[in-house]
Design a binder for this molecule. Structure first.
Ligand code: URA
Ligand code: SF4
Length: 221
């Protein structure tokens, strides 16, 4: 399956990524990324956060309204749901590094409110160099893609979370990273989708999300 190919794009984040891939240099450099237009309306770059050698990397879509203001991933409502799911899966958050496929908040204004907009493919591709650099820096054993945007960034635009959720997937062959061994990838739902879920399957869907997280941590050696 074809992953996102930053080299096929003009622009993108690649030219802002420093040669030195330690997390602090990356985070610093990302503050002034202009790899796509999303920096223009957002407050700040929201880089990943967590253990620099965490075995489990959790990748969301993009920062939300709260994350954009605070400069940290998963500190808003979706983050609270994620934290409770980690707790229900008996996963120590200290084992995780949490980040997003896209590092700037994309939104539409509606009066005073800022309404989340799904990033376009071109923006996901533009931002992928930051995600790959984080993966090289942290060297996780397992990467959990939370929702379709993260999954498509790593596993290609034809990847369907519903068809493969919870599966242990090999690192995509077409994405070259300096990693040995290469991490496994698991795709599951996005916590925001569970927050929006008003169906009578809400509880069951939450439980299956917790199960996917448990499955991912079970891959760890
Ligand atoms: N949703 C995400 O995908 N990431 C965040 O950081 C917050 C909400
Ligand atoms: Fe750079 Fe990503 Fe922000 Fe676009 S979304 S400006 S590529 S950090």
């Amino acid at each position: 399956m074809a992953g996102a190919k930053p080299s096929a794009q003009a622009g993108g984040a690649a030219r802002y990524v420093p040669e030195h891939h330690d997390l602090r240099s990356l985070e610093n450099a990302a503050t002034s990324c202009r790899g796509c237009d999303l920096y223009k309306d957002a407050t700040q770059t929201v880089f990943g956060h967590g253990g620099g050698d965490a075995p489990l990397m959790l990748v969301g879509e993009q920062p939300g309204d709260r994350e954009d203001q605070e400069g940290l991933p998963f500190v808003g409502p979706a983050g609270r749901l994620l934290a409770s799911a980690l707790e229900d899966a008996s996963i120590d958050p200290g084992l995780t590094y949490q980040t997003n496929a896209v590092k700037h908040f994309k939104f539409n204004r509606s009066g005073k409110r800022r309404i989340h907009q799904t990033p376009r493919r071109i923006e996901v591709v533009a931002c992928q160099p930051w995600l790959l650099a984080e993966i090289e820096a942290v060297q996780p054993e397992v990467i959990v893609c939370l929702g379709a945007t993260a999954a498509k960034s790593l596993l290609g635009s034809s990847f369907r979370v519903t068809a493969h959720r919870g599966e242990r997937l090999e690192w995509p062959k077409d994405i070259v990273v300096d990693l040995d061994p290469q991490p496994f990838v698991v795709a599951t739902l996005h916590p925001s989708a569970l927050l929006r879920d008003r169906s009578d399957r809400r509880r069951a869907n939450y439980e299956s999300f917790v199960d996917d997280l448990r499955g991912a941590v079970a891959i760890l050696k």
